[in-house]
Design a protein around this ligand. Structure first.
Ligand code: PMT
Length: 218
């Protein structure tokens, strides 16, 4: 299959030296991309800024902002059979980006934030027969919030991780999640390495997707 994976945070510029971002290390998405490539799938990885080496056998596109990631996902969408959105896309960006470094005044300042594009909602009309998998990073009411995102974003599956736990979610090498399917399925995934979680996710995807050999490289 042709599998498009996103990973890492996005950075939303405030000025030439400052940005808004989040704690995503990219590990969950990179392990997923690496595991998919090791299984023989063709894999393209769209990555925000992280400190990880490119996985073997994966074609990389590096991006910075949510707008960049949206453009990259749109570019590769027609190629893929499966989209796995593990990236932690920033939900807001500064309304204006200062062209020069904002000088410190010692006084408080207000920063107006505007919403970034929601990538999954943007591409939902072009889903066709593709399988879309999202992740939900939540700190409370984890499963209910994830279920709402599964429906609102027209996903086939969502991996709900509780990012308030020190051994799961952002940065660490382990994760714990509940996988929800649009078909009403639900799997509890106890604490495991992100590498093992990537394999569990790919098992589900391969079972759910006819092995057609992919769409080629068009
Ligand atoms: O990178 P690691 O340190 O390994 O951490 C892994 C992780 C916690 C980042 C990952 O497992 C995870 O949960 N990724 C999704 C984080 C997130 O943005 O969750 P969300 O609940 O805000 O978004 C739900 C889904 O919508 C996600 O698939 C996200 O990629 C997508 N989204 C979000 C915002 C946006 N503007 N556009 C989107 O498409």
């Amino acid at each position: 299959m042709n599998i498009l994976v996103t990973a890492g945070p996005t950075r939303e510029a405030i000025d030439p030296v400052r940005f808004i971002a989040n704690r995503s290390s990219g590990k969950m998405g990179y392990f997923t991309a690496a595991a998919a490539a090791a299984r023989g799938h063709k894999v393209r990885l769209v990555s925000g800024p992280v400190c990880l080496p490119a996985p073997d056998g994966v074609t990389m596109t590096q991006v910075v902002s949510a707008d960049d990631m949206l453009r990259a996902v749109r570019t590769h969408l027609s190629w893929c059979d499966v989209l796995i959105m593990a990236a932690a896309v920033a939900d807001w960006r500064p309304a204006d980006v200062a062209s020069a470094k904002i000088k410190k005044t010692g006084r408080s300042m207000m920063l107006e934030l505007v919403p970034t594009p929601d990538i999954l909602r943007d591409i939902a009309p072009y889903k066709q027969q593709r399988l879309f998998v999202g992740f939900a990073a939540e700190t409370s009411t984890v499963v209910a919030y994830a279920a709402a995102k599964l429906a609102a974003k027209n996903l086939d599956y969502i991996v709900a991780n509780d990012v308030s736990q020190p051994d799961a979610g952002f940065e660490v090498d382990t994760n714990r999640a509940v996988l929800l399917g649009a078909d009403g399925s639900r799997e509890e995934w106890q604490l495991m390495s992100k590498r093992d979680m990537a394999e569990r996710l790919l098992d589900v995807i391969e079972t759910a997707t006819p092995q057609t050999g992919g769409r080629g490289n068009c």
